[in-house]
Design a protein around this ligand. Structure first.
Ligand code: AKG
Ligand code: FE2
Length: 161
């Protein structure tokens, strides 16, 4: 699926958000952004303190986001990082385009979990298996779920510990 975002010029950027904090629900997102900026990713220190870091636009560079489903399939190795878009004072609109590698809409008949090849006694499953595509995709803010709007870890219900 492809989506393009248009963020108009905003006279009071501190009073609103381009996109609220969320994680992408699918496998991977490939994002092209123009040179305006505004995308931020949440970084959490080893001591648990977290803060937002600008993903500064680089000419010709694509941003690759790991999604929730890849975090599940990789048994928590690759993290689906929370991100958001803030508005800024530049008097130019911002445009970004994203390609989402999402599972097909096959209802509840396909289930995901950590890949069996990755599981061993040294690497036990950290996330529950048997999650349906519907559950994954409906947790996203794109489908009417709240995404990570409340700042929570989207995968908490799946965690084994
Ligand atoms: O516009 C951006 O830079 C980010 C868009 C985004 O996070 C998304 O489409 O999921
Ligand atoms: Fe996103």
């Amino acid at each position: 699926m492809m989506a393009s975002h248009y963020y108009p010029v905003c006279p009071e950027p501190e009073r609103t958000m381009g996109i609220v904090p969320h994680t992408d629900p699918g496998v991977l997102t490939i994002l092209a952004q123009d040179d305006i900026g505004g995308l931020q990713v949440k970084h959490t220190d080893e001591d648990g303190a977290s803060y937002w870091v600008d993903a500064k636009p680089l000419p010709g560079a694509l941003v690759i986001n790991v999604g929730d489903l890849l975090q599940i399939m990789s048994n928590d190795k690759y993290k689906s990082v929370e991100h958001r878009v803030v508005m800024n004072l530049r008097e130019e609109p911002r445009v970004s385009s994203a390609i989402f590698y999402n599972p097909g809409r096959r209802g509840d008949s396909v289930f995901y979990g950590p890949l069996p090849e990755l599981i061993s006694s040294e690497n036990p499953p950290k996330l529950a298996a048997g999650v349906s595509t519907k559950e994954i995709m409906s947790s996203s803010c794109y489908s009417g779920g709240d995404g990570d709007v409340n700042g929570g870890d989207e995968l908490t219900p799946l965690r084994k510990h």
